[in-house]
Design a protein around this ligand. Structure first.
Ligand SMILES: [Zn+2]
Length: 148
């Protein structure tokens, strides 16, 4: 069960990563172009849960290679506010909305409460381990497909 693949995941960016989002390295017009391209691709539906949404938000998905300490951009997806609240569970917990986010995780992934808690525990363990690494390199080659 530990390695079960979910379509919606908790994603905790290491504190030591230089860029937790691309808005800090793109100009506002570049980011706007990326956002429009991703949202047009989504065609009014969340790219994770499939729900129709008028308020799609662009979200960067990263992979972390702990051997080379590289934070690698995988893709950018358009997601509904409910999925975005799950992805950024740390921020959501601070706002006091964790219960709704946990329910959404279980509904989208079709999993039990225990499985959701295990996934959260794993995300937290990954986060703590990655935070202990000294410095992350950034690989954003995947960005160019969105801004060419
Ligand atoms: Zn969604």
């Amino acid at each position: 069960m530990q390695n079960k693949k979910y379509k919606l995941n908790f994603e905790l960016v290491p504190d030591s990563c230089w860029y937790s989002n691309l808005r800090s390295i793109l100009s506002p017009s570049q980011w706007g172009a990326v956002r429009r391209k991703v949202c047009a691709e989504a065609n009014g539906r969340c790219m994770i849960c499939g729900a129709p949404s008028k308020r799609l938000e662009a979200h960067e998905q990263w992979e972390y290679d702990e051997g080379s300490c590289t934070q690698c951009l995988v893709r950018i997806v358009a997601v509904c506010p409910a999925c975005h609240a799950v992805i950024h569970i740390g921020r959501t917990q601070l706002k006091g909305d964790a219960r709704a986010a946990e329910d959404h995780f279980m509904q989208v992934n079709g999993c039990s409460y225990a499985e959701m808690r295990a996934a959260l525990g794993k995300a937290n363990a990954d986060h703590i381990r990655r935070n202990a690494l000294p410095e992350w390199k950034l690989d954003i080659a995947a960005l160019y497909q969105y801004i060419k």
